[in-house]
Ligand binder design. Structure first.
Ligand code: ZN
Length: 177
């Protein structure tokens, strides 16, 4: 491709224009999911779970930049949601919380605009302290006893209380903030 003659100049211009155009498209694409310098990105969130994830992480109260995108096009999901949280790194409990309301999302840790960690969430086997037992008579609802559950069915999300052995489900799940 080094032997471009003068006759080919117009072709080469077209090529350059196409390149310029595709660069613009990349820039546009990046603007939709604009980069953060430091923080965490939660990607591939099912559209119906975006606001639940925001709520469960208490992001309504977060005092730094939070970028929320929903119904974005996704080759994987058709449509997806994405949340970017500046200067926030998740604890293990926070990752578990996200996994409970939106399993299999992608969590990306960013430092100096670079991806330093990227993983898909998985529903854990046990959770402690942050899920409320659905049984009002459970000791954890009557006394200052931290809750503890085994997740016995990950697909339908069923948690068995360590104390009263009653089930808390997707429908009855509440979180202790
Ligand atoms: Zn219980």
């Amino acid at each position: 491709m080094r032997n471009i003659s003068t006759q080919n100049i117009s072709t080469s211009n077209i090529f350059n224009n196409t390149l310029a155009q595709s660069n613009t498209m990349d820039t546009k694409k990046e603007l939709v999911v604009s980069a953060i310098e430091n923080g965490t990105v939660i990607d591939h969130i099912p559209t119906e779970s975006v606001y639940r994830v925001i709520h469960i992480l208490g992001l309504e109260e977060y005092k730094d930049e939070v970028l929320i995108g929903n119904y974005l096009q996704s080759s994987k999901l058709g449509r997806k949601g994405i949340i970017k949280i500046k200067n926030k790194h998740f604890t293990k409990d926070e990752v578990s919380k996200v996994a409970l309301v939106a399993p299999f999302v992608t969590i990306i840790t960013i430092q100096d605009y670079k991806v330093i960690e990227k993983f898909a969430t998985e529903i854990p086997d046990h959770v402690e302290n942050f899920v409320k037992c659905a049984n009002p008579k459970c000791i954890t609802n009557c006394e200052a006893v931290p809750t503890k559950f085994d997740i016995v069915d990950k697909e339908n999300l069923m948690l068995r209380c360590h104390y009263c052995e009653k089930f808390t489900t997707k429908e009855t799940i509440h979180f202790i903030h």
